[in-house]
Ligand binder design. Structure first.
Ligand SMILES: Cc1ncc(COP(=O)(O)O)c(C=O)c1O
Length: 381
């Protein structure tokens, strides 16, 4: 078996699921146009923020009547501001099949104290989407980053729903086709699929979400960084670049660079094709090797970004220790960095396949994974 080290190494060993690899053409010098030391409310700063919003709309194909805001605290900030601002008007269904979805359940049930209907599935599985009633407000994660399980489609979201769909799409946006007509609130952060910097989140609001914001006031107080309305009207400035508080103009410049790179590879279609090719290389590897398998049980729910893997060889004695040791070997060899499964997920590996990762690097890394597996089986014996 593959006990000898493979000859080829990935040019870039970064397969972390967040922050993710920067676009292949990235260099720090490309951020030289950032208006550092200037006010983000000066014309130059506002123009950059507006470009970031409109570039997001262009690449993701977001309808002209949807609002896009750059908000504090990354994807978490964007999700929290949606939950705290919108929920409480009608019944809520919370869907979760991994750790981040479970976190949103905790917030809604324990912090907001909403008597929500909670539907959960184990890692590797997904909840019964057909049972979801979209006349309720529904909170879900498009791609469960820590389970590698995504929703297969949005057929289960009724067009004539009365409720709002609130979708954490942080590891899906820029890698999967998001059906905007089915999504009332969508959130993501820059540090994921485009390999941007952390810190800022993006919130996308449908006209129906805006209508809710303008017609409903939650019973609980809202901190300033969650507030999207004033006197019952949407604060439109937030959605044209007048951010709630001070953003990092370096992070904004970096995001603008990533959007430019996305354009250069064919926009959303190019990004999806790259993620699909990367994920397929890993899926094929699993098909060819009986000792490793996708954590996602149903092929239709397999993620093309955060591909989660489990070891299935019955010679393995301590599953968690084994997976950690394999990841450590690959890190020590500088072949694959940060590919251990998420801390709350089942033991295994997680290989980021988003579009900033080169397929050639995935292909070069996989034989090393076989090598590390064999080496660890031998070491265990
Ligand atoms: C599905 C999901 N939601 C939320 C988060 C938190 O994102 P952030 O750290 O950008 O707030 C992550 C991070 O990995 C995630 O994968």
């Amino acid at each position: 078996m593959a006990t000898q080290q493979p000859a080829t190494r990935p040019a870039n060993p970064r397969f972390s699921s967040g922050p993710c690899a920067k676009p292949p053409t990235f260099e720090l010098s490309k951020l030289a146009d950032a208006p550092l030391g200037r006010s983000h409310r000066a014309a130059v700063g506002k123009a950059k923020l507006k470009d970031a919003i409109e570039g997001t709309r262009e690449i993701l194909g977001i309808p002209a009547d949807y609002r896009i805001g750059i908000v504090p605290a990354s994807d978490t900030g964007a999700v929290e501001m949606a939950l705290w601002s919108l929920l409480g008007q009608r019944k809520v269904e919370m869907l979760a099949w991994e750790s981040f979805g479970a976190g949103w359940v905790t917030d809604v049930v324990k912090q907001l104290k909403i008597d929500a209907e909670v539907k959960t599935a184990d890692y590797g599985q997904i909840v019964d989407l057909v049972s979801v009633d979209c006349n309720n407000d529904v909170v879900f994660t498009w791609n469960g980053t820590t389970a590698g399980v995504r929703v297969p489609n949005a057929d289960w979201i009724a067009d004539d729903r009365d409720g709002l769909t609130i979708c954490d799409a942080t590891s899906a946006a820029f890698a999967m086709d998001l059906p905007w007509d089915k999504l009332d609130v969508t959130t993501f952060s820059w540090q994921k699929v485009l390999g941007g910097e952390a810190a800022h989140g993006v919130i996308v609001l449908s006209p129906r979400a805006v209508e809710r914001l303008e017609s409903y006031t939650p019973a609980w107080p809202l901190p300033k960084i969650f507030r999207m309305t004033k006197g019952g009207k949407l604060i439109e400035g937030i959605f044209t670049g007048a951010t709630i508080n001070t953003p990092s103009m370096l992070a904004v410049e970096d995001y603008l660079f990533a959007l430019d790179w996305a354009r250069s590879i064919g926009g959303l279609e190019g990004l999806i094709a790259r993620a699909d090719a990367n994920a397929k290389a890993v899926f094929d590897f699993c098909d060819a090797n009986p000792w490793i398998a996708n954590l996602a049980e149903d092929d239709a729910t397999r993620s093309n970004t955060s591909v989660c893997l489990k070891f299935t060889d019955d010679r393995i004695q301590d599953g968690a220790g084994f997976a950690k040791a394999v990841a450590k070997r690959l890190e020590t060899e500088n072949i694959a960095l940060d590919i251990g499964a998420y801390r709350d997920a089942p033991a295994g590996l997680r290989i980021w396949c988003g579009g900033t990762v080169e397929t050639a690097d995935i292909q070069a890394m996989l034989p090393w994974l076989a090598w590390a597996f064999e080496a660890e089986i031998a070491a265990q014996a």
